[in-house]
Design a protein around this ligand. Structure first.
Ligand code: PMP
Length: 463
């Protein structure tokens, strides 16, 4: 759609009709559509326009997919170029110039030590497909079936990925503590909490009676997204690298959400300097279209031909859009920009807590920001208290803030263990003015939600 064309704005009745029919016809499992009753008809950069003519600043960005925002000119141009060239759109996993260019661009961004010896597997279209492929790869290579995963993790919705996520136990997955400063599982917080978490991991792996299924890999998010925007401390990440290397356990970094500049470096593992054995990549690498890959050390490439097949692994439009996005982020140093602007937004949000005791914690890395909302008047919960005495999370307030944000033309996401973390994932291209507008609208929404009568309403699921 050309940007100069008038918006195909539907009359308000059409907007309502579409939402009503969605509620009647779509599954009870629908997620974002429940808390965001918007009918997007037009979008550009950070702005979405609904069928009712309302405009929103989008801090959800397709759950962290849109590094360059909606319909960025370089992405549209890359897509048009493929279409106009007459190239086939469906090619299974055959070699094409488009795929060749995507792979070259992607490898140029990877940590050198991995890129020099990397293999790539194009997976089914979603992040969860790439997580499954990673598990299959490490199991084939090691002959072991166990996995190490962390509390609060989120890796996807297919069976294996779900089992490795925090909410669904599986006998082959050993759950390890992910360090958290605000609600430290050991009541310590900071470096001490991370140190105890690492110590427990090491102890458990070496305990012959620890009940750990022989692990093929450890899977970790460098910043937990859905789990409530919990950045892994750099020192702890290095410990995990050391612990896995010493025991010949592959380390899988799930960079589905943290990749492509989001956290202030091109890949979030760069903060700690570790080089994982496998990286799981999706979301932003497809430039807004579905694309998922794993890149891994050649030594692990021991699976059989056809061991991981799939019809939709050759999305040419996604590869072209993705290559354009990767190149644009690299050339325009958008990772650095995400780091600087993210730090500024985080500081501005932290400053708000002086007037809003319901802001329990503001945390994140780059443009992956979380604001944990709490009930300051309730007694601290021992089980969820941090090293101080953190009040209990307030999911109803978070849900009210999300709705108040929407009324003010701001789309935000909720997450965290108790759905009490307001999450910001703006495009890396947002301007200083947009960043200020996001903070202002959020502050205003928080004030309104704190005063609102429905504050204590029961919050629904958000993911
Ligand atoms: N891993 C991480 C870290 C994610 O954040 C997500 C999605 N939120 C996934 C995997 C799964 O990706 P998808 O929804 O595309 O299957």
């Amino acid at each position: 759609m050309a940007v100069t064309e008038p918006a195909p704005v539907a009359p308000p009745s059409a907007h309502e009709g579409i939402l009503r029919r969605q509620a009647l016809r779509e599954s009870a499992a629908r997620t974002y559509a429940r808390s965001l009753p918007i009918v997007p008809v037009r979008a550009r950069g950070m702005t979405i326009e609904g069928a009712d003519g309302r405009r929103y600043l989008d801090c959800l960005s397709g759950a962290g997919t849109l590094a360059l925002g909606h319909n960025h000119p370089v992405v549209l141009e890359a897509i048009r170029k493929v279409i106009d060239s007459g190239a086939p759109l469906h090619v299974l996993d055959l070699a094409t110039p488009v795929k060749d260019a995507f792979t070259t661009e992607l490898f140029a961004t990877l940590p050198r030590e991995l890129a020099d010896n990397a293999r790539i597997q194009f997976c089914g279209p979603a992040g969860t497909d790439a997580v499954e492929a990673a598990f299959k790869l490490v199991r084939a290579a090691s002959g072991r079936s166990g996995l190490l995963a962390f509390t609060g993790a989120y890796h996807g919705m297919t069976a294996g990925a779900l089992a490795a996520s925090g909410g669904a136990p599986d006998v082959r997955v050993t759950r390890l503590p992910f360090p958290q400063d605000y609600r430290c599982p050991f009541g310590a917080g900071g470096e001490r909490g991370a140190d105890i978490a690492a110590h427990w991991t090491q102890y458990l792996l070496d305990d012959p009676k620890g009940g750990v299924a022989a692990p093929a890999a450890m899977i970790v998010e460098p910043v937990q997204g859905e789990g409530g925007v919990n950045p892994a401390p750099d020192g702890w990440m290095r410990r995990m690298r050391q612990i896995t290397r010493e025991r010949s356990i592959a380390l899988i970094a799930d960079e589905v959400q943290t990749g492509v500049g989001r956290t202030g470096t091109f890949w979030a593992v760069e903060h700690s300097g570790i080089v994982p054995d496998v990286m799981v990549l999706s979301k932003a690498i497809g430039g807004s279209l579905p694309l998922a890959v794993i890149v891994y050390h050649a030594e692990l490439d021991l699976w059989q031909p056809g061991a991981h097949a799939g019809t939709f692994r050759g999305n040419q439009l996604a590869m072209a859009a993705g290559a354009a996005t990767l190149a644009y982020v690299r050339e325009n140093r958008l990772a650095e920009r995400a780091g600087t602007l993210g730090a500024r937004m985080t500081a501005a949000l932290q400053a708000l807590s002086a007037h809003h005791p319901s802001i329990g914690d503001v945390r994140g890395r780059g443009l992956m920001i979380g604001i944990e909302l709490v009930d300051p008047e309730a007694a601290p919960l021992t089980v969820t208290a941090g090293h101080g005495s953190a009040p209990p999370p307030d999911p109803a307030l978070a849900a009210a803030v999300q709705q108040e944000c929407l009324r003010r033309g701001l789309i935000v996401e909720l997450g965290g263990r108790h759905d009490a973390v307001v999450r910001l994932l703006p495009p890396l291209t947002l301007t200083d003015e947009q960043a200020t507008a996001v903070v202002d609208r959020l502050a205003d929404a928080l004030g309104a939600a704190e005063r609102s009568p429905y504050r204590r309403a029961v919050a629904g699921p958000t993911r």
